[in-house]
Design a protein around this ligand. Sequence first.
Ligand code: NAP
Length: 278
Amino acid sequence: MKQLCVIGDPVLHSKSPLIQNTMIRALGLDYEYLCQPVKREELPAWLERVRAEGWAGFNATMPHKEALVPLMDELDEDAKLYGAVNTVCNIDGKLYGYNTDGGGFARALAGAGIPIQGTKFVLLGAGGAAKAVILKLVQQGARQVVICNRTVEKAAALAAHAPDIMSTTGFSVEELAKAAAGCDVLINCTNLGMAGSPEFESPAFLDALPAGAPVCDLIYHPLETALLKRAKELGHPAMNGLPLLIHQAILALEHFTNTKIDAAAMLPLVEAALAQSL
Ligand code: NAP
């Protein structure tokens, strides 16, 4: 049986073993997926172990994603774009680094029937998740991206990646409403509304959204945030963070096994497994 795992510090909370083992079982693959705590300073020794013990591959989370970049034998285009690796395949001792964050997000949008090319997006937030989303939106031809963030300097730093299509604004209800009024799709990339985090001061800015504009929330715990609940009440299509979480895992398993996976068949199985664990 071939071995896969997720490494990180901390990592024991990771949903990757549950997601990957659900898919591995459903597909009848001869793999097992484990959880492997690896501290920052242990990364070089871990890579030696991967080669020596013949691990098929691994996923990486904090604090390793950037540190893996110079340690790979080959990098895919998205790993170069993001300057970060979250999936590593070991083929005969050669390590191939991939990044599935942006690709997973693009697939999640496609699955919800939301095009990127030519679309005007409003993004709430300018942290790590927002960066992953923004680079993919720009790469795939978004027409406009307005970044709304509490700390405007962080939004400005992200907007500098493509100043011709990106602009920034603050996070007051008025500023959010003004941005929402001019967009096709609104995406929440902040942790507002996540279990254990504060809520939006007011969801009233959603009233300004054009009719039928989809609202996406990267949060999946809870499955329906107050933002998504309000969006649905106003008649907007709503997508939570599960499709992103699952699609990036499907992409990783495709790299590990070098096969194409039927995402439509996997999504309900993994969603059901996750729903029991949240
Ligand atoms: P992060 O880097 O810490 O960024 C957090 C963002 O939220 C920043 O823009 C921050 O604004 C904003 N924020 C936090 N508290 C706020 C408040 N009280 N008022 C206004 N803005 C506030 O976090 P992240 O890694 O980007 O993650 C963001 C969310 O995405 C989390 O809920 C995470 O669970 C979710 N996520 C989901 C997936 C998935 O697979 N579905 C993947 C990654 C992340 P400042 O810049 O002003 O601090």
